[in-house]
Ligand binder design. Structure first.
Ligand code: GLP
Length: 643
């Protein structure tokens, strides 16, 4: 039975404070099922998924096995999908994924585990898929199916266009899906083009289905699947026909649901400063009228009559939200010395401030807040740029190869070789051979990863030089969770946290700029945010932290909506150019292929557009017209500690 708030939702959806809370609940349900079946002397048949989304569920299941004796002897599993063409020992095969994350850590008998075969001959694929479906039927069907969701709205690998009654089959992967997998495979070119997936029909036959989604990047597809009429362009929406389906999502993934985005159209609202601001800015956008021109009739016509009655008239509401929005704009992100700061986002004293900018990988600082960094520095703040990870996983082999061949050629061309020493050129030649011999998907050796880290360090050095930040102000933390991990398999450790705590205690910042609160918790930024949270907990009794303001910035494509912005830093055309030039230094992060699809832009184009869009949004609601704006939200320490 759905509530008034959920009236627009066609699938029962629960929003959890974070992914661990949701995953614990799913794991608990699975454990109950396994135990119930075991008591009855029966098997429990689970449909399992890969990707970063179900990882916290698997972690919890492993914990239940180790600490609470949950046995998997009566469990039979069927995985959703597998890349076609990958051997089971390929590091990115879903076989490897499942054995590493779950099967090898519990007591499930090997012959009760099923995954589609990615290596079956092309002529045998059809028969092999049919027997996969048959095997599921033979054990009585799936009792409990867990799902993630891809950014195309796919479930398993059922891409848009998959039909409601589709069976297990060979499919070709969507361009966006391949792009999303590019990091796992160290380059888009290495991502398989085909996969074998359980069909939508196969999934719909499961007794119970739970789809999980974390992070803001999934908010759009979640909203469509939950609220739009089912259609084949969004396979997850086809779950609407299922007898027992639920979505478990975290807060960032719920952002676009009607009940969260525009709650006043759904039911009664407890109006506070934040929701009032949200509603008025929404109305201004909706009517395309600047805030100060909104009339009582606009409020009434667009479902905000109640707001008008409670806190109106329009004139007062308009003035109040106009002023709040106006006061978010500042050219002095570090605070303006000797100025009245009662209506400024950042306090005037102390000045200059010690500023710590935390970037999950080298480049995010520049792309998301390069203009602000430049301003902070030129206005006298002491700016430290700290890169949590080396970013070496995102450096293509081609770039490492180029550098190594340059080194080895320099040696022979310039006759630098010193016969007695083991020269740099020789080292380069050895590594070059390694790079040439390794299959494109084998994980890189430590020295190769070091070379790639150096690439990004140098780019960071060049980019910050553009922003007038000296090399001495850069800190490369090279956190171990990243150095020892790979995508979708990052595990934060105490050592990571200690490094971050040491940095905080060294800098004792008055301002910390950070990101990641809205990201998938398994992503680099998500893990980075988790670590910051832990580190802040540890320093929460240090005297200096009481004087620290926390400013959250968001990554490309995840910009803050206007009502969330507490500080908007306008950039002049020249400053925007400066930032774009700085972002050009990240040569290793450019696309490796010619742009066939023009919708996918280079990262610097996206940042340029993003900052212009924020400026245009300010302009539209009636603020001054700027070239570009970088935006930040102020977060209270207690809020971070409790999240
Ligand atoms: C892949 C898998 C899907 C998964 C999706 C999202 O395409 N085949 O089953 O849901 O990725 O992955 P993630 O959970 O890492 O966001």
């Amino acid at each position: 039975m759905s509530t008034e708030a959920e009236q627009f939702e066609r699938i029962s959806t629960r929003v959890f404070q974070n992914s661990s809370a949701a995953a614990q609940e799913v794991a608990g349900e699975i454990a109950d099922l396994i135990k119930r079946r075991s008591k009855e002397g029966k098997q429990a048949v689970l449909g399992l998924a890969t990707g970063s989304t179900p990882l916290p569920v698997y972690q919890e299941l492993v914990r239940l096995h180790r600490e609470e004796n949950l046995s998997f002897r009566n469990v039979v599993t069927f995985n959703l999908d597998e890349y076609y063409g990958l051997n089971t020992d390929h590091p990115e095969s879903y076989h490897q994924f499942m054995w590493q994350r779950l099967f090898s850590k519990v007591d499930i008998p090997e012959d009760q585990v099923h995954l589609p075969s990615g290596t079956v001959k092309r002529t045998k694929v059809f028969a092999s898929c049919a027997s996969y479906d048959e095997a599921i039927n033979k054990v009585g069907g799936l009792d409990y199916q867990i799902l993630g969701i891809g950014r195309t709205g796919h479930i398993g690998f059922n891409e848009p266009g998959s039909t409601r009654d589709s069976k297990t089959r060979l499919v070709s992967l969507d361009a966006l899906t391949r792009r999303d997998a590019a990091r796992d495979f160290l380059g888009e070119a290495n991502v398989p083009r085909y996969a074998i997936t359980m069909g939508v029909g196969t999934i719909l036959k499961a007794d119970r289905t739970v789809l999980m989604a974390w992070g803001q990047a999934k908010a759009g597809v979640v909203q469509q699947a939950v609220e739009e009429a089912p259609n084949e362009n969004l396979p997850a929406g086809l779950l609407q026909g299922h007898k027992d389906v639920r979505f478990f999502i975290d807060e960032p993934a719920s952002e676009l649901l009607t009940r969260i985005r525009i709650p006043w159209l759904v039911g009664p609202v407890d109006w506070d400063k934040r929701t009032i601001r949200k509603a008025v800015l929404w109305l201004s956008k909706k009517t395309q009228k600047p805030i100060l021109k909104l009339q009582d009739s606009d409020y009434n016509e667009f479902g905000l009559g109640e707001l008008l009655t409670e806190v109106g008239p329009a004139y007062d509401l308009n003035i109040s939200v106009f002023n709040q929005t106006q006061h978010t704009i500042t050219g002095w992100p570090g605070g303006k010395p000797n100025a009245d700061d009662s209506n400024r986002p950042e306090r005037a004293t102390p000045f200059p401030k010690r500023v710590l900018v935390l970037a999950p990988e080298p480049d995010e600082d520049v792309l998301c807040m390069g203009g602000t960094i430049h301003r902070l520095k030129s206005q006298g703040s002491e700016v430290t740029l700290a890169y949590l990870t080396s970013g070496n996983l995102a450096v293509p082999d081609s770039m490492a190869r180029q550098i190594l061949s340059l080194m080895s050629e320099m040696e022979s061309q310039l006759n630098l070789k010193n016969a007695e020493d083991f020269s740099l050129g020789q080292v380069a030649s050895v590594l070059l051979t390694e790079l040439q011999d390794s299959g494109s998907n084998a994980g890189d050796s430590k020295p190769i990863r070091q070379v790639k880290s150096l690439v990004r360090r140098n780019e960071a050095g060049d980019a910050s030089h553009n922003l007038k930040i000296a090399k001495e102000s850069l800190h490369f933390l090279d956190l171990p969770f990243y150095e020892n991990g790979r995508y979708r398999a990052f595990h934060a450790t105490d050592e990571d946290q200690e490094k971050l705590v040491a940095l905080l205690r060294e800098v004792k910042p008055h301002q910390i700029y950070f990101t990641g609160a809205h990201a998938d918790p398994g992503s680099v930024s998500g893990v980075g945010y988790f670590l910051l949270k832990q580190a802040l907990k540890e320093v929460s009794n240090d005297p200096w932290i009481k004087d620290t303001n926390l400013w959250s910035y968001r990554g490309i494509g995840q910009e803050w909506p206007l009502f969330e912005i507490d500080m908007a830093v306008p950039l002049s055309p020249d400053e925007l150019n400066l930032k774009v030039e700085a972002s050009f230094q990240y040569r290793s992060q450019r696309r490796q292929f010619p742009l066939r699809d023009s919708a996918h832009k280079e990262i610097w184009q996206q940042t340029d557009e993003l900052n212009r869009n924020t400026a245009a949004a300010y302009d539209q609601v009636g603020m001054a017209e700027y070239e570009a704006i970088e935006a930040f939200k102020r977060i209270n320490l207690t809020e971070v500690l409790e999240s």
